[in-house]
Design a binder for this molecule. Sequence first.
Ligand SMILES: *[C@@H]1O[C@H](CO)[C@@H](O)[C@H](O)[C@H]1NC(C)=O
Ligand SMILES: *[C@@H]1O[C@H](CO)[C@@H](O)[C@H](O)[C@H]1NC(C)=O
Ligand SMILES: *[C@@H]1O[C@H](CO)[C@@H](O)[C@H](O)[C@H]1NC(C)=O
Ligand SMILES: *[C@@H]1O[C@H](CO)[C@@H](O)[C@H](O)[C@H]1NC(C)=O
Ligand SMILES: *[C@@H]1O[C@H](CO)[C@@H](O)[C@H](O)[C@H]1NC(C)=O
Ligand SMILES: *[C@@H]1O[C@H](CO)[C@@H](O)[C@H](O)[C@H]1NC(C)=O
Length: 410
Amino acid sequence: MKVEQMALLAASAVSIHAMDYSFRLNGGLSGTRQLPSGVSTSTYLYNAVSSAEVLQEWYNATTGLYRTAGWWQSANCIQVLADLTEVAPLLRLRTDGIVSNTFTNAQTFNLKEIKSNGTTSCIWDTCPDSTPGVEPKGFLNGFYDDEGWWALAWLKVYDIGRNGTYLRTAQDLFEDMLATGYNATCGGVWWDRDRTYHSAIANELFLSLAAHLSNRVPALRSYYLQWALRQWDFFQQSGLINANNTINDGLDPTTCTNNNGTVYTYNQGVILGGLVELARADPTATCLYLEAARNIASAAIAALTDRNGVLHEPGEPDISGDGLQFKGIFLRNVQTLIAALPSDDFAAREYLRFARVNADSIWKHAREPWMGRLGPVWSGPYREAGASSHSSAMDALIAAAAHAARLAEE
Ligand SMILES: *[C@@H]1O[C@H](CO)[C@@H](O)[C@H](O)[C@H]1NC(C)=O
Ligand SMILES: *[C@@H]1O[C@H](CO)[C@@H](O)[C@H](O)[C@H]1NC(C)=O
Ligand SMILES: *[C@@H]1O[C@H](CO)[C@@H](O)[C@H](O)[C@H]1NC(C)=O
Ligand SMILES: *[C@@H]1O[C@H](CO)[C@@H](O)[C@H](O)[C@H]1NC(C)=O
Ligand SMILES: *[C@@H]1O[C@H](CO)[C@@H](O)[C@H](O)[C@H]1NC(C)=O
Ligand SMILES: *[C@@H]1O[C@H](CO)[C@@H](O)[C@H](O)[C@H]1NC(C)=O
């Protein structure tokens, strides 16, 4: 699809969504990338849709992956497209073809993708000895977090179009995590097939995936629910959640206690989406799960934002590789949490303001004005963007767009 067609689609998607707020296409189509920020709440959706257009400039249709982004980051780019499509359903005309192309082609390029930093891990075809009897296949690789990212992305694609192929793929990924990755020394799932690390992220993704599946596969509802409950039990007792209610990177393998690793933004995020799904799957304790999610979200916002409320990754501005993707994952899951809370909930209103502040700051300070690329430091100044930093920032734009109606009332 040509850029002009996408812009047309963007304009129509926005005008349909935003009818209530009398959105005006000031500047016409040629003004696509010159809209002022924060003018009206419907602008968030327009900004997100026009940023999707920019994201696709990194897309390689042959591989189904994104140039400048790695294997798991590409899963997050697909997730971002699906999340945006959920907010502006007319975009399916455009995104159905993209996600289906990635579904078909990415699997065949899986083996050639390095995790992120090639020195820290093998890739499939260089480590056959350490993974005897396991054939590289589909969206499986040597890392359970990567499998979890693809599974959650395909579940969102399933939610939008109800095509069972995507649901079954997520189920298969869950079974692989369970069959080959579960029962780590300290409990839960391993980070990797070589069993070198206990990460928070793989365990959060496993929990979220189990809870999502419980709500989507009626025949196996209690099977998945039992795994989700067991995993939440493990997670709470593991020590991964520290005394400040933030989550560190992993566990120490000898003591099975919190390893005091960096409090990355994404580890404060994935758990929120998991708890929201668990709150739906297990109505007997909905309030407890949502309370736990609020405690974590509020602690993360307190610990990881600057005095203007803008989110920062530890180590900024010198982040690269995996870290470029993290912040958006937190915003994506905060968006989910807001939707699960009553609109007059005190914390929900705080999260809403947080989403708006970050979406505004990205558009004002982290956006390259000519190409419309979104860089990794949301408070600015603009630093070089890639598909990871761009899609990550889009998560914040989408969070604001998804709650535009509530923002308009604030
Ligand atoms: C897309 O990926 C294929 C396979 O790796 C590669 O041959 C091709 O050059 C890439 N295209 C672009 C435009 O990067
Ligand atoms: C479901 O998705 C798969 C994978 O993209 C595709 O091959 C298939 O045609 C889709 N089925 C329908 C009914 O659209
Ligand atoms: C990968 O990580 C190692 C250890 O942290 C570091 O020494 C090396 O420079 C990194 N390589 C790249 C390509 O980033
Ligand atoms: C985990 O280990 C226990 C005890 O050894 C065993 O009973 C159980 O089947 C294992 N679970 C999985 C999923 O491998
Ligand atoms: C809690 O936060 C304080 C203040 O930032 C910090 O000094 C302390 O190390 C943190 N404690 C844990 C367990 O992370
Ligand atoms: C983490 O920090 C706590 C408090 O300083 C300390 O007691 C504990 O031994 C540390 N754990 C590891 C694995 O370093």
